[in-house]
Design a binder for this molecule. Structure first.
Ligand code: SIN
Length: 567
């Protein structure tokens, strides 16, 4: 696979450093990959967009799922994962996850992560949606991600892994043969490594997290702008399953116009016995699924949306008043504090909740060693599509996936012959080849995507979204063509350009998939269609700037559906 030659418009790199491996991102996946690479004797550099602990991992509440409890087995964890994935999980990828998972969690504990213990002294395990067993390990009650992040950041510092913070990755560097040769990045730092530079390395691990910021309301932090997926597309890598965006059912409702990162109310609250009710106190999930309020996440999100439609309501409620103050304070201190900060006391009143964008089940397509279709480029964590999640990720499988596949990537890199590669020279021209979007385009994209490609989708809503996204792009392209002008290179304009890139692919894939499956809900195609759609949509950006789409079973789309878009 060769690079498309499409790059973010940016100044030429003013500095460079060499490494064996550059890891982009510092969540559970990135830091685990970095620690394992360093332990294997590889010169490793971690670059991360903000501070080391500013990504999505820190915000994870519920926990990390693994068959660690008495009577539980990897086979049962596999079954629950496959059911949640609605026919699209790669069974081998899931088998790897569930069999390697328990030991990977034990290694995480050995690295320093402290999980909550039960009164008998073993790990305290809880339940979440779609799990038939108590198998979610948690820390600090509902601060699991924060504890994992603390332990890994501490280990990275103690073991002297080189890190570059406040560094937005721009593009992949490749050699003349199309093999990975490093990345370009922009650092907001001081001194030697400031501005645009490069890390030259024959192995690049993308662990950049998700793209929740493509929607107005999301549980993701502001850094989750799809940078890794956009970089991979420009580098010529394949991405898959982008239409499967998971909307978390219970996000604190802060009003209809709430934008940006919203407080999560973990599924573990339902796992411990909270009820979903409407304004009249009716438990509307009863009878909709055998697991009721603990059904897989897509089913609960749909149940909430349907009840909201039936009652013309803006939100539903999560009622856990029966927990009492002590349990709230001990088991869910983070959620309690977030609710109280917004004037809601869950001890005495039900919590208003509504679904919001939470997790990208798709991403950069990899094999079972985390290799993408570009030699030397790896991906793990939310940015990757390993095949584990299928059409809908099972709750708390993501931290585990980051951990297990990061370890596999490090093992693969350690056993490959690594040879420094000369990056293909970057074109030097005053005039940008491709337009950048202005910073305010971010909010336009978020509104377009929320209206047209949110929880409920249809051909009409998706076509409108595609047109509006196209208009944003056309304005930027025409300004460049007619006046040689584009937005100033900078973090805001690079992020907005990345958001547009992933939004367009997401909408194209969502239009193609004319069925309802997992977290992809088409009002105009309300049934799951296993005859036509038990396959994945794979997208690649071609050098001629079209999106090439294919399905994993080799059959093509009807010509009218074949998505080709000018970039
Ligand atoms: C939650 O705590 O509900 C989120 C866990 C996850 O997304 O896996």
């Amino acid at each position: 696979m060769t690079s498309t030659g499409i790059r973010l418009h940016a100044p030429a790199p003013g500095w460079s450093i060499p490494a064996d491996v550059v890891v982009v991102g510092s969540g559970v996946a990135g830091l685990t990959a970095a620690l394992r690479c360093q332990a294997a004797g590889l010169t490793t550099v971690v670059v991360t967009k903000a501070r080391l602990d500013d990504g999505s991992t820190r915000w994870a509440q519920g926990g990390i799922a693994a068959a660690l409890g008495e009577g539980d087995t990897p086979a049962q964890h596999l079954d629950d994962t496959l059911v949640a994935g609605a026919g699209l999980c790669d069974e081998e990828a899931v088998r790897i996850l569930v069999t390697e998972g328990p030991d990977a969690v034990r290694r995480l504990i050995a690295t320093g992560a402290r999980f909550d213990e039960s009164s008998e002294g073993g790990l305290a395990l809880t339940r979440e949606g779609g799990h038939h067993r108590r198998r979610i390990a948690h820390a600090g009650g509902d601060a699991t991600g924060a504890e994992i992040s603390r332990a890994l950041v501490e280990a990275v510092r103690e073991r002297g892994v080189r890190t570059i913070e406040n560094a937005l990755v721009l593009d992949l560097l490749t050699d003349a043969g199309g093999r990975t040769a490093g990345v370009t990045l922009h650092v907001m730092g001081e001194g030697q490594h400031d501005g645009v530079g490069a890390v030259h390395a024959p192995a690049v691990v993308l662990a950049t997290g998700g793209m929740g910021q493509v929607f107005s309301a999301t549980t993701n932090p502001s850094v989750s702008t799809g940078d890794g997926v956009a970089l991979a597309l420009r580098a010529g890598a394949e991405v898959s399953d982008l239409e499967f965006v998971q909307f978390h059912p219970t996000v604190l409702f802060l009003g209809p116009g709430a934008e940006g990162q919203q407080p999560l109310v973990s599924e573990a609250v339902r796992g411990e016995g909270a009820h979903l009710v409407d304004a009249g106190g009716v438990r509307f999930m009863t009878g909709r699924h055998e697991l009721g309020e603990l059904a897989p996440r897509d089913i609960v999100a749909k149940g909430i949306m349907r009840r909201m439609q039936e009652l013309d309501a803006e939100h539903m409620y999560l009622d856990a008043r029966h927990f009492g103050a002590e349990m709230w304070e001990h088991r869910f201190p983070t959620i309690l504090a977030a609710c109280r900060a917004h004037g809601i006391d869950p001890v005495t009143e039900p919590i208003p909740v509504a679904p919001a964008a939470h997790y990208a089940s798709g991403g950069v397509r990899t094999d079972s060693h985390g290799r993408t279709t570009v030699p030397g480029l790896y991906a793990c964590g939310e940015v990757a599509c390993t095949g584990v999640h299928g059409a809908n990720r099972l709750a708390s499988n993501s931290l585990l996936e980051g951990l297990v596949y990061a370890e596999r990537i490090a093992a693969d890199i350690a056993r490959s012959p690594l040879q420094a590669r000369d990056p293909h020279p970057l074109p030097q021209s005053e005039r940008p080849a491709h337009p950048l979007l202005p910073p305010e385009a971010r909010f336009a994209i978020q509104r377009i995507m929320t209206r047209g490609a949110g929880v409920l989708r249809s051909e009409a809503s998706l076509a409108a979204a595609a047109d509006q996204l196209e208009r944003l792009h056309a304005e930027a392209r025409d300004a460049l063509a007619e006046h040689g002008k584009t937005a100033e290179p900078g973090v805001d304009t690079w992020e907005a350009t990345n958001l547009l890139c992933v939004a367009r692919v997401l909408v194209a894939a969502a239009r193609l998939r004319q069925e309802t499956r997992g977290c992809h809900w088409r009002e105009d195609h309300p049934e799951r269609d296993d005859t036509a759609w038990r396959r994945h949509i794979v997208v690649r950006l071609d050098p001629d700037r079209t999106l090439a789409t294919r399905t994993t079973d080799g059959t093509d789309f009807p010509p009218t559906l074949h998505a080709t878009q000018e970039q």
